[in-house]
Design a protein around this ligand. Structure first.
Ligand code: G6Q
Length: 548
């Protein structure tokens, strides 16, 4: 069977990569005044500058050929049209249908899913308005002021990231809180300041079997009961978001209070569905629709633009060049927009859960590196911490710098300061500081020649460190929708080229079953299953020190 790594484009790229060390980005810029224009593009309110990657037009041409030969265009069509491209679970992959604002029909098993999508969106809208306007109240007749989302992974990271990112667009009607961890410290801390009469719990779990979420939901219910003393209060204070209606009913939440999702929505792509309920409750339904619209506009761009003018494809290709061909094993996400503080954590799941695979679609091991480690933090804070490593360690870390032309919360004098750092960092990572520059800087300080020579190597910055710059007009709901969709489609394109199944998550499923075996052993004194000596003794130590 022929694979992507057997193509001519792949072989040519390998040769280019072998020569890459002989090139410096500084020279590529000096030799081509048009470099920015050649390697940048704009769509909606987003500018992507990928010129500070170690590429040439020839390399880009080969990368685009690779994308074509991998079938990105044809597979993109199949995804949008509801084909079951999640082949290990036999499911369609239709987060794009959730934000299909033009309502073009999308069929799965001969059924137009847009009917169900719109039905659920309307229910969501009605519910959001009734809570925000105070028509739906708590058991004692008081207004709901606090929403607590109980969910984990894909049922937590998206709403958590988006509500923080769009805080400047929220009014003060509803506060949102998130509980994901089964460590009781989190739920205890969240609930402590809240008044049970005013809290709405959203239990978000596609499967409604995830033990962390179920444990937290039960604790929340007990907490409510300790104040309400009446089971009927559950209907006023709990709603569920799930595709498992039977399990929701068994928990005691009625179908009226249950919002539906479907198996063709992957958890990490689900914030556009009813999983986005906390977002809509916090911001209002209009703003939620703006988020969907922004994502939909990026979907149209991705679906219709040729690969060479296609932002998600170009971003994906830069990633593949840096990781698979140049061998860089990590990728930093560095927002210079405080509201995007959780964006790298969000992308860590989206990218690493999707493409953290090493088996191709034919079930064979792949012969190359797939997704790098995705990590990051707010850029400005990082500058005073890990940027030392970015500038001078012997590991190259490609980085995406994300910033905005306008602040979503302007405060005089701050934004220019922030953005001066933003531009300075990518320039420095690209240019570096060579020994001659270091020497001439040092000699200004009247240092002896030997002192200059001693210090010079420590102050040299090699530069040649690749970055993408993503410049938004302003971080508003529509632009955020487009930004998230940009990365979602990047992930798709990379999965196609790496020939892996981006839409399953067997490694996560494994985690869901592992603890089930040990839990009874921790509770029951006499049970002790066969474990390796390390695990056995750790469990024994834990039990003996607890006195159970
Ligand atoms: C996402 C993953 C995973 C999932 C959580 C929560 O794509 O499948 O992160 O979202 O494990 O699962 P439930 O929503 O089923 O509780």
């Amino acid at each position: 069977m022929s694979h992507i790594c057997d193509t001519e484009a792949w072989q040519l790229l390998k040769q280019h990569a072998a020569n890459a060390n002989n090139q410096h980005l500084r020279d590529l810029f000096a030799n081509d005044p048009e470099r920015f224009n050649t390697f940048s593009l704009k769509t909606q309110n987003i500018l992507l500058d990928f010129s500070k990657n170690l590429i040439t037009t020839e390399i880009l041409t080969n990368l685009l050929t690779l994308a074509k030969e991998a079938g990105v265009e044809e597979k993109r069509e199949r995804m949008f049209h509801g084909a079951k491209i999640n082949t290990t679970e036999n499911r369609a992959v239709l987060h794009t249908a959730l934000r299909n604002r033009t309502n073009t029909p999308v069929f799965v098993d001969n059924e137009n899913v847009m009917d169900a999508v719109n039905h659920e969106l309307n229910r969501m809208k009605e519910f959001v308005n009734s809570v925000r306007k105070g028509r739906r109240r708590g058991y004692s007749g008081k207004r709901i002021t606090d929403v607590v989302n109980i969910g984990i992974g894909g049922s937590d990271l998206g709403p958590r990231m988006v509500t923080q990112a769009l805080k400047p667009y929220a009014d003060d009607r509803i506060n949102v809180h998130f509980v994901s961890n089964v460590d009781g410290v989190e739920i205890a801390n969240v609930l402590r300041p809240l008044n049970p009469e005013r809290v709405l719990f959203v239990v978000a779990s596609k499967t409604f079997t995830t033990s962390e979420t179920m444990t937290n939901a039960q604790t929340a219910r007990n907490w409510l009961m300790s104040s309400a003393f009446d089971e009927r209060a559950v209907a006023k204070h709990f709603v569920a978001v799930s595709s498992n209606t039977d399990a929701v009913k068994a928990f005691g939440i009625s179908p009226d209070n249950t919002f539906q999702m479907w198996d063709w929505v992957g958890g990490r792509f689900s914030l556009w569905s009813v999983i986005g309920l906390p977002i809509a409750l916090y911001l209002g339904f209009k703003q939620f629709e703006e988020l969907l619209t922004g994502a939909h506009e990026m979907d149209i761009h991705f679906r219709d633009e040729p690969l060479e003018k296609n932002m998600p494809t170009l971003l994906a290709l830069m990633g593949i060049w840096n990781s698979t061909f140049l061998g860089h094993t990590t990728q930093a996400i560095l927002p210079y927009d405080w509201p995007l503080a959780r964006f790298s954590a969000y992308l860590q799941q989206a990218e690493m859960e999707s493409n953290g695979k090493s088996i191709n679609k034919d079930g064979e091991p792949v012969a190359y590196t797939t997704v790098p480690v995705i990590w990051g933090a707010l850029g400005i804070d990082g500058q005073h911490a890990f940027y030392q490593y970015l500038h001078q360690s012997n590991t190259i870390v490609p980085a995406d710098f994300i910033g905005s032309v306008e602040s979503s919360t302007p405060v005089r004098g701050h934004h220019e300061n922030l953005m001066a750092n933003f531009f300075a960092q990518t320039e420095a990572l690209m240019n570096g500081i060579d020994p001659d520059e270091v020497r001439s800087n040092l000699s200004i300080n009247n240092l002896s020649e030997s002192e200059v020579e001693r210090l010079t190597p420590h102050k040299v910055h090699s530069g040649n460190r690749p970055t993408n710059t993503i410049l938004l007009q302003r971080l508003d709901p529509r632009t955020l929708g487009a930004l998230i969709a940009l990365y979602e489609h990047k992930i798709f394109v990379q999965g196609v080229i790496w020939e892996i199944c981006s839409f399953d998550q067997w490694g996560v499923e494994l985690g869901k079953t592992l603890a089930k075996q040990i839990l009874p052993e921790l509770i029951d004194k006499d049970t002790n299953e066969l474990h390796d000596s390390s695990t056995f003794n750790l469990i024994e130590y834990f039990k003996s020190k607890r006195g159970t």
